[in-house]
Design a protein around this ligand. Structure first.
Ligand code: NDP
Length: 505
């Protein structure tokens, strides 16, 4: 099916919702001013309560009456694999949307789309793995089995930083489990969600099994969270909104998975391979301008190596190439919006007022002569390194959600672990050392959902992802990411009549 949506006059893409296997136009739209300039790059439907209700009803019908939950694993896998093929065929178009709406460099955008395809194919493979348990040791008269059933209608609420990857960490896994889905993308980056849903229909996904409803968190997101017809909310975003999602369940107790914020520590020891550690730390905080929940935004560095390490890190940070997003040699781009930019400026000003020292960055790229002429320079926050950060400062444990690295020094292993665990979050982290005993010891002691040794941001589909403490509830990806979208049911069956429990009639 060919759906719109390039408005002929302006070449600004205009999107409707995607409901019940077709585009749904709306009267009003939200204009997306792109990250790089004041140009409008897309217009998204400004969804209402009734649009959200319509999308939920479509998913409800598709779950209760439709074929999708009843198909065999093989049939579901075939659709997901065809979907992945179509995403690959349309990769360049999707990459352009990511560049325009999310402000990604072409390398990051391509990596995201390739990662999306990999997640879809992995979820397709998992379609064959929804197995249960059989219990046959209750005596000859009784047996039981424990099975996984799809949880039902899933509301997938997606943020702006990784519109396709986060979509793909949720939706193909929910579909693989036999659920039907309503996606609410961020009102800043809704284009790829629409395109992915359109391609899913083209791949043979039954109408209503995947719907996209655009608009603001209030009313659209809120409607999804509160609706009695939604069985599960899978949310990624800020810890504050995650709390609101949980609060919304005081009445209807639907299943909730939350993937929230983080303040992950990169722990660098004196005996590390310094070149590898510098590159790993650099990548984990400055990839996509630090706008990722699992960014390594706290550097804990051992006293002996600190001066040498910081010197090398600053040199590399200042070499990152700021330029046209479409240029494959560009390393670093603008932040997602003016709101986010102003928030980063205030964050650095407060850190400075509390005693942090700016070693590099701290301002927008137009302050640097070599990048001042780049079109998005005034919206690009430079890679920023803040030294002398104490545990009592805001920057030590608050998420900036931008390219801001805080530096704290330590003397011993125990101190490193204590500092890493001094956080309300528990999403990710890395340790850099050539001493493997120490590396595994620390990986076990740091209270986070992911710990990486001598590497950072490994996002393979097989590896579950999620957080401890206020970083969230539940896991995405991996086998756990499939089971997340299932309910466990016990089915017990008697092969012979049970002896009466009560006395004779
Ligand atoms: P939010 O948590 O506000 O938004 C995430 C998603 O939830 C968006 O689709 C949003 O819609 C939706 N939403 C907002 N309010 C509600 C609600 N009451 N009920 C249901 N859904 C709702 O994050 P922001 O995008 O505003 O970013 C703010 C901060 O969140 C960032 O600065 C960053 O610190 C953090 N963040 C964390 C992410 C992560 O991966 N953990 C990802 C993105 C942001 P809409 O925005 O369209 O109104």
């Amino acid at each position: 099916m060919q759906a719109p949506l390039v408005s002929a006059s302006s070449q600004v893409r205009r999107y409707g919702h995607w409901i019940d296997g077709q585009p749904v136009a709306t009267a009003t739209h939200i204009q997306r001013v792109g990250p790089q300039s004041d140009d409008v790059v897309a217009e998204f439907s400004n969804g209402s309560d009734s649009d959200a209700a319509r999308a939920i009803q479509s998913a409800r019908r598709a779950f209760d009456e439709g074929p999708w939950p009843k198909l065999s694993g093989t049939e579901r896998a075939n659709v997901l694999n065809r979907w992945a093929d179509l995403v690959l065929l349309n990769l360049d178009h999707l990459v352009q949307i990511e560049i325009a709406e999310a402000g990604k460099t072409i390398r990051v955008a391509k990596g995201d789309l390739e990662g999306t395809v990999a997640l879809m194919r992995y979820a397709a493979a998992l379609c064959h793995q929804l197995s249960g348990e059989a219990f046959t040791d209750f005596g000859s008269a009784l047996q039981a089995m424990v099975i996984h059933e799809p949880v039902g209608v899933v509301a997938a609420i997606v943020p702006w930083n990784f519109p396709t990857i986060i979509f793909a960490q949720k939706v193909p896994f929910a579909l693989a489990a036999g659920c039907t889905v309503v996606v609410k993308p961020s009102e800043l980056t809704s284009g790829t969600a629409y395109e992915l849903a359109r391609l899913a229909t083209q791949a043979g996904l039954p109408n209503g099994a995947l719907n996209v409803v655009m608009g603001y968190g209030d009313p659209v997101g809120q409607h999804l969270v509160q609706s009695q017809d939604v069985d599960m909310v899978s949310f990624t975003g800020s810890t504050a909104t995650g709390r609101r999602v949980l609060k919304g369940q005081e009445v209807n107790f639907k299943r909730v998975s939350l993937e929230l914020g983080g303040k992950s520590a990169a722990i660098v020891f004196d005996d590390c391979d310094i070149e590898a550690a510098v590159e790993g730390v650099l990548f984990s905080i400055f990839m996509h301008s630090g706008q990722l929940c699992c960014a390594g935004s706290r550097l804990l560095v051992q006293n002996g190596i600190a001066p040498r390490f910081l010197e090398a890190l600053i040199e590399r940070a200042e070499q990152l190439k700021i330029g046209l997003l479409e240029d494959p040699s560009t390393d670093f781009g603008p932040v997602v919006s003016e709101v986010q930019l102003q928030s980063l400026k205030r964050f650095v000003a407060r850190a400075k007022a509390q005693g942090a020292t700016i070693l590099s960055g701290g301002d927008t790229a137009d302050s640097r002569s070599e990048s001042a002429t780049y079109v998005g320079a005034s919206r690009t926050f430079l890679p920023t390194i803040l030294d002398n950060v104490e545990c009592s400062m805001e920057v030590f444990d608050e998420e900036a959600f931008g390219p801001i690295l805080s530096v704290t020094r330590f003397a011993t292993e125990d101190e490193a672990v204590r500092l890493a665990n001094m956080s309300k979050y528990g999403l990710a982290g890395s340790v850099w050392t050539t001493n493997m005993r120490r590396a595994f010891d620390i990986a076990g002691k740091v209270r986070t959902g992911t710990m990486e040794i001598n590497t950072s941001l490994e996002g393979q589909p097989q590896l579950p992802f999620g957080g401890f403490r206020t970083s969230g509830i539940g896991r995405e990806k991996g086998k756990a990411g499939l089971e997340e979208f299932t309910e466990i049911k016990t089915v017990a069956f008697r092969l012979e009549a049970r002896p009466p429990f009560f006395g004779a009639k």
